[in-house]
Design a protein around this ligand. Sequence first.
Ligand code: GLN
Length: 470
Amino acid sequence: MDLSKLTIAAARQDLDAKKYSALDLTNAYLDAIAQKDGEIHAYLEVWKDSAREEAKRADAMIAKGDIYPLTGIPLAMKDNILIEGRTASSASKILENYHASYDSTVTEKMKAQGAVFLGRTNMDEFAMGSSTENSAYGTTKNPRDTKRVPGGSSGGSAAAVASDMALAALGSDTGGSIRQPASLTGLVGLKPTYGAVSRFGLMAMGSSLDQIGPLTKTVADSKILFDVLKGNDPRDGTSLPDVASIAAPQKKVIGVPRSFLKEGTDPDVLARFEETLKKLEKKGYEIRDVDMPNIPYSLAVYYIVMPAEASTNLSRFDGIRYGLSAAADDIKSVYGKTRAAGFGPEVRRRIILGSFVLSAGYADAYYRRARAVRELIRGDFLRAFQSVDAVVTPTCPAPAFTFGSKSDPVAMYIEDIFSVPANLAGVPAISLPMGTVVRDGSTLPTGFQILAPHTREDILFKIGQELESA
Ligand code: GLN
């Protein structure tokens, strides 16, 4: 069994043809984890025994012909998605001993198919970051070059898949946390349309931006997982209704917001991007410049809206309701001591920022203004999609960086420049490999991002598959 070549689609065929059992497959992944994760540190916890039990149950399902796309498929879960009875810490000290009391909707769906849960993966604390360096439990290395970060915040999930320690993994994406680590580790990462996948049981960061999605080796696998995860959920008030997919006629035109791409983007990344556009032309697409005058404001808007929502969401971690609780003489000191001991520096920075932009004196100047500009950004996309099928950009301005090289928070935030517009507009976006660049003797992957109109993941998969075969 060569795990480096294995995909969900291929494993499904092999399992159904009884080439090996789900237990064999799970054991192969557990062996890989035992061999490699000491160095990579993708996992915060590996669930060996329960994974084997789940694999045996999957084998029984397969024997009965009770087979679904994920039956017996070994997957990894980001540490902010709940599985009943399991620790879920969001890589924070404040939730070190928190056990989930219920399954997230995506967990329920995966369990119903007989998926195998290998373990929970490292991440930036509460999904705040682009390198996984903000975890309270140590960093994760990029399997393509262990001197470099795997991206973040779903860096553990990306590293697990990129080093064949899971067949695929789930992540969450508030401003790029699935697509950016996918780009930095050479994987496919999908952020679905806002509302397409239920957020029930995902620890909230920026509630109007968060989506769960897959990190996979191929576009086909991304579609397999998306089809399992998606669907209306009455337990998520922003869940979209299930509608039959509309097969609108394809324009065969792809838009490039040229003026947005130039600033600060690595020239080699831009070269890979241009080569990828050429491939699309060969596939019969017209490449056209699109004017999106407001998307350059996306980063500024994101770093107001997201901290505002995060500061509100994280107020529930007060030492009373969840996790860590510091002893003190009065309730106010319990709150203060617990939060000071439990939250790391980046989380505290964003709570302060968020509380500031929402404060009575400044909400008009910052928060409401950012919301108004967010509407303009949404408008840019709606206008662009009148004339193009999809908009494309590089996923990130540069390849994976070395540990500690972005200790200035703003330098880290700039990493998200191309990924945050999709979250602000709520549109689906996918990142897929677009070739490599060489840095200090290491060959590093880069990512191509495709953005489509709301609910049109089908366009992302179609163009993505055309590029994979180009
Ligand atoms: N890197 C971005 C941030 O730090 C995105 C995080 C995310 O998508 N969860 O906010």
